[in-house]
Design a protein around this ligand. Structure first.
Ligand SMILES: [Zn+2]
Length: 393
């Protein structure tokens, strides 16, 4: 008679493997002693788990180089650079950035495609993802393909279906992007909103590490927020949470492309900054940078424009503070430089509009100002492997 063994020890092993891989993925190389302390299990259990993860090709034990400490160097358990990798995609209006990303968030190879006609159609974007998969595989010198694909898009994403509901600047509506890419690449595909993925990266390995209540407010042409509440991403019932750019902060304000008037985006988006500075050019990165540079050099007109944006930004942050009470608010995109130039104006407005005038919220710049979306796309692609490292078999 065959007796089925109880499931419990196997479930514990899976759980511990996931814990250990998660620690190494978030922190990079750790000694066995550090892992013993972090996981709270015995040294012999750590030894068995390291063997398992090594056999799965996920980690490797190495002697760190470049240390100056005397004596016998202790081995560290590090992500295996030759282990499984994911394809991370940052889809933007003007171009697409792709990367092969290994465990630990290590970028192994990159590839950029600039759209001949902007914005791209969904089919063009999906085809470009396939082209990038081949390019980064070559660039990383790998014979294997990615174990999963993660895609960042500037739009609202239904988390269940991977369908983009609205991406205004791509001019897309109801695009089943996960399925379009899935038909072209033999790997699971996950799709996420750019602000949600930015906050994820900063939470896992950036300015918001160890902080369970954080908002990442990103300002470019559009304005959106990614939120982590109680240590978990806040996505909302349909995955549309964080569209703070379309919170109306002044009903008599300028018209917004969404059909309302006076949305936050119409006061703090890149177009608003240029308009406040009296510039009539398109809100390209270059033109926005010129105004911010001028403000930094104390040009009176540019400085007044940045301070005006800062005041409205403080009002927008106050809405977030009153709603979710974050410890930190990270300001990304052009808002990052607005913070550097005009933090006093943001603070004054924040205090004015926060309930009872009191908040300890810390305003910060991101640690990954350019790669947060790309690394966040890698995070959602790695989710399955991190949840169950045995799925690497
Ligand atoms: Zn709007």
């Amino acid at each position: 008679m065959v007796v089925t063994p109880p499931a419990r020890p196997d479930a514990i092993r899976r759980h511990n493997l996931a814990l250990m891989l998660g620690e190494i993925h978030r922190n990079g190389a750790l000694t066995r002693a550090e892992l013993t302390q972090r996981l709270g299990v015995s040294r012999s259990t750590i030894g068995a788990l390291v063997t398992d993860l090594s056999d799965l090709g996920l980690v490797q034990e190495v002697v760190p180089t470049g240390g100056e400490r005397a004596g016998r160097p202790s081995h560290v358990v590090a992500p295996n650079a030759d282990g499984p990798y994911v394809l991370a995609i940052d889809l933007e209006v003007t171009h697409l950035t792709a990367a092969a990303v290994g465990i630990g968030g290590i970028v192994l190879a990159r590839h950029v495609i600039i759209w001949k006609e902007s914005p791209p159609t969904p089919a063009q974007a999906a085809q470009a993802v396939r082209t990038c998969a081949a390019a980064v595989q070559r660039g990383a010198g790998r014979s294997d393909g990615p174990v999963a694909v993660g895609i960042s898009v500037p739009g609202t994403v239904s988390r269940h279906s991977g369908t983009i509901h609205v991406a205004p600047n791509l001019e897309w509506r109801d695009v089943p992007l996960r399925d379009l890419v899935g038909r072209r690449i033999p790997a699971p595909v996950a799709v996420g909103n750019d602000a949600d993925l930015s906050v994820l990266t900063e939470h896992v390995r950036g300015s918001a590490r160890g902080c369970d209540d954080v908002v990442y407010l990103i300002g470019r042409i559009g304005v959106g927020a990614g939120l982590i509440v109680n240590g978990s991403p806040l996505r909302g019932a349909a995955g549309h949470a964080g569209e703070i750019g379309h919170n109306v902060i002044d009903v008599t304000g300028p018209p917004c492309h969404c059909g309302n008037r006076g949305c936050l985006e119409t006061f703090v988006g890149d177009a608003a900054l240029l308009a406040a500075a009296g510039e009539k050019e398109a809100p390209t990165d270059e033109n926005v940078r010129a105004v911010l540079d001028a403000a930094e050099a104390a040009d009176p007109r540019a400085l007044t424009a940045v301070r005006t944006v800062a005041g409205r930004l403080g009002q927008g942050i106050a809405e977030l503070v009153n709603t979710v009470d974050p410890q930190r608010v990270i300001l990304g995109g052009s808002l990052s430089r607005v913070l550097a130039i005009a933090e006093p104006e943001i603070r004054a407005s924040l205090v004015r509009f926060t309930f009872a005038g009191h908040t300890d919220v810390v305003l910060m710049q991101p640690l990954y100002p350019t790669d947060a979306t790309l690394l966040g796309a890698a995070e959602i692609a790695f989710e399955q492997l991190l949840r169950d490292p045995l799925s690497a078999r």
